[in-house]
Ligand binder design. Structure first.
Ligand code: SAM
Length: 275
């Protein structure tokens, strides 16, 4: 599993170059795209396409090839294989067949962005691409509304504005975030601010809507997450005696003005304590 650069060819490691030159076969997400990379580094090797549409069907043959003692390097269009990229079925099948799978680390947009964002990095959640349709996307954000760890998303230029808009509504306009665009490339931009500021900034400047994006969002501070006051707790406890958790949380939210998500989580923790 060989990581390749996410923009800047200087991020190709000497080990990756050597291994790609030595293997019997390079399986690549897009052979034309990777052809340019291989040519740049003077790597001559047999290549074969392995992408999300043919991975499952090709894996048994590739595993047989490996079993016969041959070696395969797998590369995707950019960055680390399997991270919002194909490779999972191949790795799983190879490991199940007792074949050694060796990581050859290198660039990964999520980790590169995290390393420069200045958001808490001791715990983080990688969410990959949010769903393309707004309803599903908002549902994903709703579920993450109370997450205390830093959230990391990938997003495409077609949906960057819509996603930032939905994030602003659901995580709140004041939530701190960082937008990392075109990392390692000529127009690299890493900008922090509130979600409302970032959303307005991208909306105003068409240049900021081009390229590749990582969006990082500050988690909810633990103290804030757990701030359900005594009154709200008392109301919730009474409602929980009569109602299921979601209804009790919804009613308590209407009575107290606190967030339903917060009360729902708190109600679950109360139930957990009782059991
Ligand atoms: N496997 C890759 C990795 O290790 O990061 C990710 C592949 S995924 C198909 C492509 C997405 O990664 C892009 O849409 C963007 O969200 C993010 N990405 C890749 N390169 C990037 C870059 N140079 N700057 C910012 N985001 C990038």
């Amino acid at each position: 599993m060989v990581a390749t650069p996410i923009g800047n060819l200087e991020d190709m490691t000497p080990r990756a170059i050597r291994l790609l030159s030595e293997v019997d076969l390079i399986a690549a997400e897009d052979t034309r795209h990777s052809g340019k990379l291989l040519m740049h580094f003077g790597i001559e090797a047999k290549t074969e396409a392995l992408h999300e549409h043919n991975e499952r069907s090709q894996v048994p043959r590739l595993v047989e090839f490996l079993r016969s003692g041959k070696s395969i390097a797998f590369i995707t269009d950019a960055g680390t294989p399997l991270v919002s990229d194909p490779g999972f079925h191949l790795v799983r099948a190879a490991r199940q067949a007792g074949i050694a799978v060796v990581p050859v680390p290198g660039a990964c947009a999520a980790i590169a962005a995290l390393s420069a964002a200045g958001l808490p990095s001791d715990r983080f959640v990688f969410e990959g691409f949010p769903p393309a349709k707004s309803i599903a996307r908002r549902a994903v954000f709703e579920k993450l509304g109370e997450e205390s760890r830093t959230l990391i998303f990938y997003e495409s230029p077609h949906r960057i504005l819509e996603s930032l808009g939905d994030m602003t509504e659901i995580f709140g306009p004041e939530r701190e975030a960082v937008l990392a665009r075109e990392l390692t490339k000529q127009f690299e931009t890493v900008r922090g601010g509130t979600l409302a500021e970032l959303s307005a900034w991208v909306g105003r400047d068409a240049h900021q809507q081009l390229g590749e994006f990582v969006i990082l969002i500050h988690g909810v501070p633990r103290a804030e997450r757990e701030a359900v006051d005594d009154d709200a707790e008392r109301i919730l406890k009474i409602l929980l005696e009569e109602l299921p958790v979601s209804q009790a949380a919804a009613l308590a939210a209407r009575i107290t003005g606190l967030k339903k998500n917060k009360l729902y989580e708190y109600a679950l923790s109360l139930k957990g304590r009782d059991e």
